[in-house]
Design a protein around this ligand. Structure first.
Ligand SMILES: C[S@@+](CC[C@H](N)C(=O)[O-])C[C@H]1O[C@@H](n2cnc3c(N)ncnc32)[C@H](O)[C@@H]1O
Length: 233
């Protein structure tokens, strides 16, 4: 899996044309509600960094809910960002977003230059999670908030069974059929399965220096919103 992570930009370039459609189809639209909820939990901010912006669904939500005046979005996939740019133009939000090809684990930004940092379904793809979290804290202003939305693992055994079946059988099959990519959706399945969640993720956030770390599970624990701040608050 580390090999796929090292080439994550290419993997998402390949599936970019079908990413949005498949995402909304496979989640029956729940992913949109998760993003909406995560953004609702935020304060109003001037300048937000959206890490792993992809096709910009989270950034759209930030701007439409007026939780950000301006968004800088970084990603390693130019194709995902190209589609994100098109989406912003379609919504007439293009002046409020700047897309940059930047690795989240090695950002070119100055210390403490963003009011908030967000990352939706991105952190599990980092080659080095802790390095990414440290970078997010470095570029975040004192008292600035970090909001992460990521897949997690449900507690209920029945939901777990359905979840495992869905991610290991349905997702790779439909993903392959739609995107014609054999490996990408297998990777997405295993990246979700092997990623940490809940208290373990909170501990990584605390280790990176974040404070007031909390989390809220969504839809039986299929996804989780993690919230924390850079400094006491
Ligand atoms: C599942 S998509 C999520 C996109 C978007 N945030 C959303 O809510 O739909 C994950 C994105 O993370 C990007 N990504 C993965 N590792 C990255 C890294 N180290 N730095 C920047 N972007 C990264 C991928 O290229 C991909 O576009």
């Amino acid at each position: 899996m580390q090999e796929e992570k090292a080439n994550i930009g290419n993997l998402f370039n390949r599936i970019a044309p079908t990413y949005d459609k498949l995402n909304h189809l496979l989640s029956a639209g729940i992913d949109k509600r998760w993003r909406r909820k995560a953004v609702k939990m935020m304060r109003r901010n001037e300048n937000v960094l959206d890490v792993a912006i992809g096709t910009a669904d989270f950034a759209v939500e930030l701007l439409q809910q007026s939780k950000a005046a301006h968004v800088v979005g970084i990603d390693l996939s130019d194709e995902m960002m190209r589609l994100g740019r098109e989406k912003m133009e379609w919504l007439n939000l293009q002046d409020k977003v700047a897309f940059q090809h930047v690795d989240a684990t090695n950002m070119p930004f100055e210390d403490e230059c963003f009011d908030a940092v967000t990352c939706a379904f991105g952190v599990r793809n980092f080659v080095d999670l802790d390095k990414g979290l440290l970078e997010m804290r470095r570029v975040l202003k004192q008292d600035g908030e970090l909001v992460i939305l990521e897949f997690s693992y449900p507690e209920n055994p029945l939901i777990r069974f359905c979840y495992d079946f869905y991610f290991s059988k349905i997702l790779p099959l439909v993903g392959k059929w739609f995107s014609k990519d054999d490996t990408a959706y297998k990777y997405l399945n295993s990246s979700v399965k092997h990623f940490i969640w809940g208290e373990e993720m909170c501990n990584h956030l605390r280790q990176a220096g974040f404070q007031n770390v909390s989390y809220k599970t969504l839809t039986f624990g299929i996804a989780t919103i993690y919230k924390s701040v850079n400094g006491d608050q």
